[in-house]
Design a protein around this ligand. Structure first.
Ligand SMILES: *[C@@H]1O[C@H](CO)[C@@H](O)[C@H](O)[C@H]1NC(C)=O
Length: 506
């Protein structure tokens, strides 16, 4: 999808599953196989998508020594071993480096390369996702999804077995229905092998968000649509399809499938109920979409030309060979519901109470008399003592509120400038008035974790979970461990990003 000028900042028991031998629990890809439309790509950081799958689900890399490890299911067909990730990543930060393909075709997803648009890394690649940005539980067992911030993306431009030309395919993804934006484009599915916009009909991917430049559904979004290149389609045309509803589920199942001159969008609450059909009809009448010219690369979190302005959270998804039947997808939805997706806490470490006035003391050796404070709109650290002026004490005191962008985390309101909160902007922390916008509210939402250096708390951005409160030259940043800026330096990161939370001075 071309983003142009708008770049902005269960296992269910397989009832009805005809198999020889004993009745066994089937994963989504076992169900697609039985339906005659096998998975040719199967991606999930939360669980195995085949009943018998015991291989690696994903790979994480830790900040402390750049070592990597693979995370597998706890048992065949089971939930990811999140405990193995937690042990490997203890006392440091971790990124998701590979999302393995479970289909056996090797269609793994890795850091997306530059294309029509550059990613934010120094080499033009996209960012990798935090391994801990999207904790979740499946039937009570902890797992982690892939939290895509703007700038983050995964891709495979040399996939095998994916649909090309006008060939039929299906796909589904389980996503967080509350994490989205109107940037282009949070996609999962089939895209250009060149990472550039090669024309109408060169993509067929699931889109989720409230971008309204091309297609829209009813209400104000977010919607499940299809990114077919140079248009997000909710139905027959890149206009409004009143049958494509705004989504308000915590967890959403999104389905897109296409075959010659026919395609469909379906959706459901991933935690209960069944799929509804939002569009089921002919291809758009605009030139280029019939026949389609699918190229067969696989993207996650970005547009076909590497447009990187969107956000969303991916838990699992597959692509198939052939056009799955509605009945097959209905069985897959039952399997997803039975997997038991539910929310998990976004914070850890010392318990913090909303409504309280707090201070945040630096823990880096030589800086332990300094507290997170502000001078005007600049967030910095300052030496504060009981004999400091009232003005300075107020500048170093913060009132904790439920997160403006996600109430499972927190926002930090200034004691002396009521209505102003710490937010990040271009990776600096600053004090700004709440303007009520979705962007402000998300930028002002932070999720404290147990301190990275073993002391106090480390404070992670909700919408950019790779970024943490850090002091550097006594200025406050939303810093990424080992990232591209001077203030991202890996040296001293854990200490600079760990804070002892105490009572406020004022
Ligand atoms: C979708 O359209 C096809 C072809 O017209 C039809 O066979 C199928 O029953 C429809 N599915 C739904 C859920 O409406």
């Amino acid at each position: 999808m071309f983003s142009g000028s708008h770049l902005r900042r269960t296992c269910t028991l397989a009832l009805g599953f005809v198999a020889t031998g004993p009745l066994v629990a089937a994963g989504p890809c076992d169900i697609y196989y039985a339906g005659g439309t096998p998975c040719i790509a199967a991606h999930s950081t939360t669980r195995a998508l085949y009943n018998a799958f015991t291989g690696s689900l994903y790979q994480v890399q830790r900040g402390s020594d750049s070592a990597t490890t693979d995370i597998a299911p706890l048992s065949a067909g089971g939930v990811a071993n999140a405990g193995a990730q937690d042990s490997f990543c203890a006392g440091t930060t971790c990124l998701i480096t590979v999302i393995y393909d479970q289909s056996g075709r090797g269609n793994h997803l890795t850091q997306a390369p530059p294309g029509g648009f550059q990613g934010p890394e120094a080499n033009g690649y996209d960012n990798l996702a935090s391994a801990t940005g999207a904790p979740v539980t499946l039937n009570g067992q902890k797992a982690y999804g892939v939290f895509i911030s703007p700038g983050t993306g995964y891709r495979n431009n040399a996939a095998s077995g994916t649909a090309t030309g006008d060939a039929a395919e299906g796909m589904y993804a389980v996503l967080d229905g509350t994490h989205y934006n109107d940037g282009c484009c949070f996609d999962y599915g089939n895209a250009e092998t060149s990472s550039t916009d090669t024309g109408n009909g060169h993509m067929e991917a699931i889109y989720f968000g409230d971008n309204s430049i091309w297609g829209t559904g009813s209400g104000s979004g977010p919607w499940i649509m299809a990114d077919l290149e140079n248009g997000l389609f909710s139905g027959l045309s890149a206009g409004n399809n009143a049958g494509d509803p705004s989504i308000s589920y915590q967890f959403v199942t999104a389905v897109v499938k296409g075959q010659p001159n026919h395609w469909a969008i379906r959706g459901a609450n991933a935690a209960s109920g069944s799929l509804s059909t939002y569009y089921n009809g002919t291809r758009p009448s605009v030139s280029g979409y019939n026949p389609m010219s699918k190229e067969g690369a696989i993207i996650l979190g970005i547009g076909g030309d590497n447009s990187v302005s969107a956000q969303g959270t991916f838990y699992e998804g597959v692509m198939t060979s052939g056009y799955p039947s509605d009945a097959t997808e209905d069985s897959v939805q039952a399997n997803i519901v039975a997997a038991g997706y539910s929310t998990a806490p976004l914070t850890s470490g010392p318990v913090l109470a909303t409504g309280s006035s707090i201070s945040l003391r630096a823990t880096t050796s030589g800086y332990t008399t300094r507290y997170l404070a502000h001078t005007g709109s600049t967030i910095n650290t300052q030496v504060v003592t009981l004999s400091s002026t009232t003005a300075l004490k107020q500048q170093a005191s913060w009132t904790l509120h439920p997160g403006l962008g996600n109430s499972a985390c927190f926002s930090f309101e200034s004691a002396d400038v009521p209505g102003s909160y710490i937010r990040h902007s271009n990776f600096a922390l600053q004090l700004d008035a709440d303007d009520g916008s979705k962007q402000f509210r998300e930028d002002a939402t932070f999720c404290p974790q147990a301190g990275l250096n073993g002391q106090g708390s480390s404070v992670r951005s909700w919408n950019y979970p790779t970024c943490w409160f850090r002091h550097f030259n006594n200025v406050g940043y939303a810093a990424r461990n080992g990232g591209v800026h001077a203030f991202d330096a890996a040296a001293s990161f854990n200490d600079d990003a760990s804070w002892v939370v105490g009572a406020g001075f004022a």
